[in-house]
Design a binder for this molecule. Structure first.
Ligand code: RB5
Length: 155
């Protein structure tokens, strides 16, 4: 299932992606608002999306803020989350194949054709590529070690 959410900057982009998911019969859950609300800051949105994504190992998330940066920083604080800001189909593809990213972060305020016009194809690439495993397993294990080290307060 695709878990999707945005802060106030990303509501229109979120609707566009939801239409794409719906039209393509891709199962999704929209976990945030459809209109601006006070306090819909990206850290809280990240928290909601991450909580849902972690409920099932097959879930993927799509997290939208103005640039994709703030929400990715917030998502990546959560143990077990690998969030990637992607501005091209290639980045989305490789975030899945190499990094086993489980959340795609998009920036709704980016004006270049790199992003807004391509949001659907980036989403499509993220959803339809899969982790390669193999040599990448070692690297993801090292990320997990970092995650654990800092959670335990080590340096
Ligand atoms: C909100 O104004 C904006 O700062 C946020 O959407 C995001 O771009 C932060 O990285």
């Amino acid at each position: 299932m695709i878990i999707i959410g945005s802060d106030h900057t990303g509501i229109e982009l979120k609707k566009k992606i939801i239409s794409y998911l719906y039209e393509n019969k891709i199962e999704y859950a929209d976990v945030t608002n459809f209109k601006n609300q006070d306090g819909d800051d990206y850290p809280g949105i990240a928290r909601t999306i991450c909580t849902e994504v972690l409920k099932d190992k097959n879930n993927l998330g799509i997290a939208i803020c103005g640039t994709g940066i703030g929400i990715s920083i917030a998502c990546n604080k959560v143990r077990g989350i690998r969030a990637a800001v992607c501005t091209s189909e290639y980045m989305a593809e490789m975030s899945r194949k190499d990094n086993n990213a489980n959340i795609l972060c998009l920036g709704a305020r980016l004006k270049n054709s790199d992003r807004k016009e391509n949001a659907i194809s980036i989403t499509n690439s993220f959803i339809n590529n899969f982790y390669d495993g193999g040599r990448h397993e070692r690297r993801l294990k090292k990320i997990k070690e970092l995650e654990n080290m800092y959670l335990e307060g080590g340096r």
